[in-house]
Design a binder for this molecule. Sequence first.
Ligand code: NAG
Ligand code: NAG
Ligand code: NAG
Ligand code: NAG
Ligand code: NAG
Ligand code: NAG
Ligand code: NAG
Ligand code: NAG
Length: 547
Amino acid sequence: MSVIKCLYYVLIVLFLNSLNTTNAENITIVLNNTLTWGNKELYSDFVNVTANSTLQVDCINKNTNVSYIIFQVHSHLYNITLYNTTNVQGSSVYGTNVGLYSSVLPAIDTFFIWNQNEIDLILYISIHGYGLNDPIPGGCNMEFPVPISPYLRTQYNKDYILVDAPSPKDKMDVKCNSIDEVVLVFYKMNLPERSFDADVYFDGIMKMMTIDNIQENGEFIPDNGLHNRRMLSAYPGVGSIYVAVAISVANSSAYSVYAPTYTYACSPIEDGDCDVYDDALSQIILASLLFLGLFVCYYGHRFFKTEMFLIGLTSGGIVTYVIISIMADLDRPALLGASILSGICFGAIWLLFWWFYGIPLLAVFLSTLNVGFLFSAIIYNGLPGGLIALQSDVNFWSLFIFIMLTTSLLLVSMTLLSNILCCAILGAYAVVYSMDYYMGSSVRYIIINSVRRATVPKFNRAVLSPPFEWKDSLMCLLWVGLAMSGFLLQHFQNYGRPPFPPPPRSVRPGVPRSFYGTTVLGSGRQPRVVSRHPRSTVASERSPLLA
Ligand SMILES: *[C@@H]1O[C@H](CO)[C@@H](O)[C@H](O)[C@H]1NC(C)=O
Ligand SMILES: *[C@@H]1O[C@H](CO)[C@@H](O)[C@H](O)[C@H]1NC(C)=O
Ligand SMILES: *[C@@H]1O[C@H](CO)[C@@H](O)[C@H](O)[C@H]1NC(C)=O
Ligand SMILES: *[C@@H]1O[C@H](CO)[C@@H](O)[C@H](O)[C@H]1NC(C)=O
Ligand SMILES: *[C@@H]1O[C@H](CO)[C@@H](O)[C@H](O)[C@H]1NC(C)=O
Ligand SMILES: *[C@@H]1O[C@H](CO)[C@@H](O)[C@H](O)[C@H]1NC(C)=O
Ligand SMILES: *[C@@H]1O[C@H](CO)[C@@H](O)[C@H](O)[C@H]1NC(C)=O
Ligand SMILES: *[C@@H]1O[C@H](CO)[C@@H](O)[C@H](O)[C@H]1NC(C)=O
């Protein structure tokens, strides 16, 4: 019985397979749209291509103004093959966003779309027609396998994305021996963060097809001196669509658009939802950031020794992380482990420093330096890119450190308030950093981009353009809200207390203990002497957190 059943299934599977393999469909498209300057799309539609089958597309041109067409096919996640007439090396393209060129005369090529995947795909076909004067996208290609390749190629690693366009060909430039006849302009559009839906993707592709739509939805990517290549900071899990427009120098109303391309800077098929911090150590760090951040934001100044330790730990950890990444090639858990160990040492040293010397100004200086670093990082993220002067590391880091020090010195000139402010800002940022990861927004890249600039070779040419969507504005609001409430709460908590607790074991000679209770720059409050409230201060300082 079961043998018969088995045979039956085998037969059905064989039958279905044979159906699939012979399933070659034909469609014929009549190109009779009128073109405008801003919209040169002759045809666009979705087609279904079943698994392991080929779709044949014939085009009939009715528009006499068109001299060549660009035939594009866009697929979501799965690669397809597009070829003309015969599938030979040099006339077929493999990828998710592919295109081919065909002259209208004597006749438009027949195109074949081969879905070699084991699932049915919905594909978006778009045909654009251009006139005699328009440059041919990819017409002077030297790197891509197809002689005329009007499509782009993206590559990514964990830090950056590269978008490449083959050189276009101008009408005047018959032999491709000049590179200045056509300029390439790149645009980018972000998809909603952590959204891997096909609908969202196709909607984005459609918004980057014609020059009218590109100018409306796209964001210009400045040229950082890489010729036909653009380098962008990677935000894994945030889809982005790229397109290049070739504009003739001699006749600026002659242009053509490459087939747009996209990347999530991660592979949703393999990685699921593109969790980049999937190792256990990162998860533990993220979770502890949330709680330590809340603690520092609301109680950092009150538990001053704990704050000293945590600030030392953070600063030491970041510095070690940067130094090790520059010098050695470790994987993330090892790098994080080493940074944390070194951070703990730094924290302990900083704590001991306060313990024995107890100079408020110096103790607070490290916190303000951290805020200065954050401030410089925010400015770096807001820069438009394409600033040639800042591509030099010397210029960049001089400016970065200058802004950092200025912020820090401005803050440190009001010691008590600045410590409370730093606790609130840094603690709130730690909370936001960890929430940011779970929400899939991009506020954590403020720090990550600066660390990349320090550690990733050639990152000086990357354009940051961080995504700013509703989740990011929510995170920024949360940051501001937490920081303000933390500042007010700590200010209120500290009202009537000595501005700084006495260091437990001061070895500085000749400093009366009451110094810490009375004089602090700019605090116009009624001075109170520690000895009057010995119990309360000591009790709050004997926090069990570090003991
Ligand atoms: C499609 O066209 C080709 C050649 O013109 C022909 O061999 C094939 O049978 C056609 N397929 C279908 C499903 O019409
Ligand atoms: C284009 O061709 C289609 C099919 O032949 C026809 O239905 C349509 O009316 C034509 N459109 C124009 C603008 O000629
Ligand atoms: C071709 O271009 C001319 C002017 O440039 C325009 O008047 C005409 O409508 C165009 N023809 C088509 C089919 O778009
Ligand atoms: C493609 O298939 C989907 C269902 O899988 C269907 O909803 C859609 O109408 C089809 N589209 C075309 C163009 O056949
Ligand atoms: C796909 O089709 C080819 C022949 O066209 C066949 O050799 C191959 O086994 C098929 N693959 C699947 C997964 O059906
Ligand atoms: C598509 O092709 C690219 C390179 O050709 C490859 O890296 C990628 O893994 C392929 N994707 C799938 C889903 O097969
Ligand atoms: C097919 O595409 C290739 C590469 O673009 C091109 O060289 C060839 O002329 C095209 N046409 C035919 C009929 O092969
Ligand atoms: C410039 O290009 C436009 C669009 O292709 C064309 O209509 C126009 O005639 C061209 N001008 C010159 C001077 O070639």
